[in-house]
Structure formats: C-alpha cells, structure tokens
Ligand binder design. Structure first.
Ligand code: PMP
Length: 288
C-alpha cells in the first residue's frame, strides 16, 4: 500500500509528490504549517491546531488555501488513505507559486497546500517517555516572531542537530539573561519542589504550543498548580522534574540538561501522570 500525499488539489503517491520550483515555501520559507497527533483513530486537538493555523496565516497576510471545512475533509482523506490509526498529519500552506521576488506576488496567486500523514508506533513514543530525554542548551538566535508557526526553521534545525551530535535528543533555546525559551520543536516545563508546574508565558518569544494548552487543563484536572513565568537553566537543573510537550512527544520527561541530571536522573511521577491523563482531557475528533 503506497503512502499518499495531497498536493494542491490532488492525491498523489508520496514518493512522487512534488511542488513547483518557484513555490515560495521552497525558495523563501514563505509559509506556515501544523502537525496534529493522530491517536487511536482520533485527531487530537484539531480545533486548537486549526485556530493557530488561522492566526499564523493572518499574521503573514496569507489566505486559507481551502475553507476550513474542506481542509478538515482533506486531512481526513489523507489519514484514511494512509491507514493512520496512530501517527500524525502534517499540513503546510505557502504563499503560492510566483516568479522569485522577496515582495508578495503582485498578481493574485492561490496559496499552495500540502498534506501528508505518517503512521507511528505509540509503543516507541512510550518507550522514549519511559527512558526520558537529555537536552542541551543553545543561545537563542531566532527572530522575534516565533509565535508564528512558519516553515522557516533553520535555527531549530541547527539546534536539534547540535543536540544529536552531543548525544542528546532536544535543544533548549536560552535568552542572554539565562532564561529558557523552548525546545527546537517542544515547549519546556519544570516542576518545582512544592509540585508547581512552571512554563514560560507564551505572549512573546515562544510558540504557544497546543499541547502546552491541553497540559494546563490536564494539570487542572489533577489538582496541580501551573505558573506561567520564566525560569533559568540552573533552576531547571535543580528542579524536581523537567519535561517537554508537543503534539508528537505529548509529555516527555527531561532527565538531564547540559549533562547535569535533573533530580535523580530518572523520569518523574508528575510528567508520567500528565502523560497518562492526557488522552482523557484532549479534544478527540474522529479521523474518518
Ligand atoms: N515550540 C516549537 C518551536 C515547536 O516547533 C513546537 C511543535 N510544533 C512546539 C513548541 C510544540 O507545539 P505543539 O504542542 O502545538 O505541537
């Protein structure tokens, strides 16, 4: 059964899926994207992801490539054609195809849309969570508008590669004042000695993770306090627990930061409870 991708109105074999060489996403990273988790046949937190897509498009003065309902149907069709029960659906919208020029195209062009889906084994993700991940820190070197989910991810690419080369799995961007921003593709959290969850405010400087928002609701359901404030690398290294959140990693414990173990160097119980309760609280929309 070949993998199928949706590219600008067509369902095509994934191996042969392609965009035009003058797609502005390809040449200028002039586009935005979303990734939704698929779990047990449900699209997780679809409303939040599509609301954020709407915001990203508006911030970049781009139009929706299809209306929202039609895009939801395409997402489901891609999930169905790829037989994804557990995995993810990826969607990318770029400003379209136009002769290369930095300024917006002068003639109206249709935004380009690509949707792909991938099967993933939930046992592999659980294994990673059981083991916990190591993170390194890197200086923040991104632009100020990382609240927009653009496909311009070069600093994130280099940060993740640095992590891999250091034997870690994620890199946290750190501001000059020593406070942690977020990971290359995750939001960063700590648990203080009194059991409060701490994560950076999402007004500026980080992506407002959809999983981050759901984890706040999960924390509430478990009677855990959440404080939105900055925290330093040192505070994270001395915290009771640290963890990251994202649609693909859900809640994954961090067991070391720059080579220093967090607490006893093993995944903590708070991260585990949040992960275990996640599915019950998250929005679940049937994927077919
Ligand atoms: N921060 C960054 C930089 C990301 O790329 C992601 C993943 N999209 C996140 C945070 C987590 O966001 P979400 O929970 O919506 O996947």
């Amino acid at each position: 059964m070949p993998r199928i991708a949706y590219v600008n109105g067509r369902y095509v074999r994934h191996a042969a899926a392609a965009v035009h060489v003058e797609d502005r996403g390809y040449q200028l990273a002039d586009g935005v994207y979303e990734v939704c988790e698929i779990a047990r046949g449900f699209i997780i937190d679809e409303t939040g992801h599509l609301d954020r897509l709407d915001r990203s498009l508006r911030e970049l003065r781009m139009d929706w490539p299809l209306d929202r309902r039609a895009l939801q149907l395409v997402m489901r069709e891609v999930v169905r054609r790829n037989h994804v029960v557990n995995g993810l659906v990826y969607l990318q919208v770029t400003r379209g195809v136009a002769p290369r020029d930095h300024a917006f195209p002068t003639k109206p062009v249709r935004p380009a849309l690509v949707v792909t889906a991938k099967r993933m084994d939930p046992r592999a993700a659980q294994k990673k969570a059981d083991k916990g991940m190591s993170v390194i820190t890197v200086p923040e070197n991104r632009w100020e508008r990382v609240d927009i989910k653009t496909i311009g991810l070069l600093p994130n690419v280099l940060a993740r590669q640095a992590a891999i080369e250091a034997g870690a799995q994620e890199a946290w961007f750190v501001d000059p004042d020593g406070t942690v921003k977020e990971g290359a593709s995750t939001n960063a959290w700590i648990v203080t000695a009194d059991g409060t969850l701490v994560t950076r405010p999402a007004d500026f400087g980080i992506l407002r993770g959809i999983t981050r928002g759901t984890v706040m609701k999960v924390a509430d359901s478990l009677g855990l306090a959440v404080e939105e404030r900055t925290f330093t690398v040192e505070e994270a290294q001395e915290a009771r627990e640290a963890f990251v959140t994202s649609a693909t990693s859900l809640v994954t414990p961090v067991v070391s930061i720059d080579g220093k173990p967090v607490a006893n160097g093993h995944p903590g119980s708070v991260a585990r409870s949040l992960r275990d309760a996640f599915f019950a609280i998250a929005e679940k929309s049937p994927s077919c």
